[in-house]
Design a protein around this ligand. Structure first.
Ligand code: MG
Length: 244
């Protein structure tokens, strides 16, 4: 009798029934932290806490990777377009974990095939490429097609629009971590939506996305977002990023 009484007292104190089940809905509420308010953008506008990397007006946030010189890509009609041979461009700011949004467009005038049709790329931390390519009715090795993590992960589907049409990438990126000896202790991760369709689902990045050879894992800290000059007239617009 005395032990039942004790059990009842304990269950009252811990919001549990005698059988051990939680009975008070408040017992499982968590009140901190309260998420900060972020205002979503209207239409294609960035959310209120985004860093705008390109709004079609200037290259203020960008530099050429060649000697950090001013960007030579073409700025026209609120878009930037690769100027073949001028080199990759990268953000002046450096990032680790991010949510990245951008729009890209492969040339309406189709020429070349395979990897030579609308090739560019979005590099996270200057090392890990999400491929940009015109794969509308254009085949190539699947781990090198649009939406691939270049030569590491085939996209889940081919979500390409027609050449000349604007497309979106929404990328969630977790940077790899390295210990003080330069050993990678956790792999980077990528989730990618192309035109709102999931093409990479939280994949584990194997290392740098090499054209020739195997991925490398050399310790690094924060680094830029880089866009590739592969010689094709690929355009970009509406680029924004949120640090995570
Ligand atoms: Mg590429």
């Amino acid at each position: 009798m005395r032990s039942i009484f004790l059990l009842l007292i304990i269950s009252l104190l811990t919001n549990c029934s005698v059988s051990g089940q939680i009975t008070d809905p408040k017992a499982t509420e968590v009140h901190h932290p309260v998420p900060k308010v972020v205002k979503p953008g209207d239409g294609t506008a960035p959310p209120s806490d985004a860093i705008v990397l390109f709004d079609g007006k200037n290259f203020n946030e960008w530099t050429s990777i060649k000697d950090n010189a001013p960007v030579k890509w073409t700025l026209k009609d609120s878009a930037m377009t690769v100027l073949g041979g001028s080199g990759n461009i990268k953000t002046k700011r450096q990032f680790a974990d991010v949510q990245l949004h951008l729009e890209f467009r492969t040339p309406a005038v189709v020429k070349g095939k395979g990897q030579l049709r609308g090739n560019s790329g979005v590099f996270l931390q200057e090392r890990y490429e999400v491929q940009v390519l015109d794969n509308h009715e254009n085949g190539t090795y699947p781990n090198g097609q649009a939406g691939s993590v270049y030569k590491q992960y085939i996209p889940l589907v081919n979500a390409c629009k027609k050449p000349g049409e604007w497309q979106t990438y929404d990328i969630i990126y977790t940077a790899p971590k390295f210990n003080k000896d330069g050993i990678r202790v956790s792999a980077g991760r990528l989730t990618v939506l192309q035109n709102n369709i999931l093409v990479q689902n939280n994949i584990e990045i194997q290392g740098t996305t090499e054209y020739i050879g195997l991925p490398k894992n050399i310790a690094h800290g924060k680094a830029s977002i880089m866009l590739q000059d592969h010689g094709d007239l690929v355009s970009y617009r509406n680029v924004w990023i949120r640090e995570l």
